[in-house]
Design a protein around this ligand. Sequence first.
Ligand code: SF4
Length: 435
Amino acid sequence: MSLPGDRASARVVPPQEPGRAGHAGGEPGPDAGGGEIQRPRVRPAAGHGLGRRPLPPLSLYVHVPWCVRKCPYCDFNSHEPQGEVPEKDYLAALQADLEQALPFIWGRQVISVFIGGGTPSLLSAGAVDAMLASFRACLNLLPDAEITMEANPGTAEAGRFRDYAASGVTRLSLGIQSFDDDALRALGRIHDARQARAAIEMAQNAVEHVNLDLMYALPGQTLENSRRDLEQAMAFGTGHLSLYHLTLEPNTVFAKYPPPLPDDDLAAGMHEHIIEAAAARGWEQYEVSAYARPGHRCLHNQNYWTFGDYLGLGPGAHGKLSFHDRILRQARKRNPDSWMRNSLRRDGSHIAETHVVAPQELPFEFMLNALRLKDGVETGLFPAHTGLAFTAVLPPLRRLEERGLVTLAGGRLRTTETGWRYLNDVLQEFLDCGE
Ligand code: SF4
């Protein structure tokens, strides 16, 4: 939540847990109304399933599950290590995980890699180098693939960032969250504002593409403080910002002992300011939480958002893989020790769950992410990436169009500004879209 090194719990579509509808944002919207909804029948596109069309682009997500200290708002699969990070065992288990996954992706090109967590920057430069060398040896990884690594400003070192880059990392994503020391303390972060600023400079000296994760609606935060955070973040001239609303997630310390948070009106004011200030400075909001300057959009996340494929390796990592006759979802065991132990057995016991996505689930899964994209998606992407005919989603789309929540024009499907505000309601239309 690019989401750890850092990310806020509010990040949508974390690679390890894709498709959490509760994170889709938006507020309770207008009454869905309109009487009884006529449910479309979901039919495969001509040629049956994904047929002989090319499969969607394939990305790789790698989960590194350790953090120096668990943040009180974090519901990600992150753990404080008992002693040193077991780097050697982790790499061996990762290699075993990768080799067991190869039959699922034979011959396919990998367009991007995202090393997330947890705090991947706890790994030594040597470990990251070995990991990437193994990916290149075992996978058909594009020579100029985008390779992102998350990093925590509290574990940043200039030399290490440069070494990561020398090993092939092209993009660093820093969990800044705020430049206000009081806010960082309230969030239980291990870094302060000075370390945040230093980490950004180190990252900019190491790689061309740098993302900063920031959060708003923080404990005790005022509108002025949130403005100042954004101004400071934009002043660095990095290419990408991810801005998340802090939310209280179940099973976190903050859920049990909630801090004093800005009310809804103040949080909405902060959000409005972010959108306006970013646009005024030439940042494109290309997804609900993602802002980029031209040429800096995150290819990896765009692949998630357009229902591309991804292989997920590491504890708790989720994957979505297409075949010509089905789409498979997999989840690895969440507990790092169990995942390592079981992966090394090489008997598939490191996989906690595998299921074929039912055709009636595909419209919602596709729309959950595609409708978050500001530019929308080409309508042809729906049949290409789901294997279903576009007519499967036409009735709900027409209803949403009549209500001014989406537009369908020039071969593109887009959410309107109002649709974005009521995204949860928009998505609701696709929940039972088929039978
Ligand atoms: S515990 Fe903190 S540093 Fe670790 S993943 Fe969660 S938010 Fe990021």
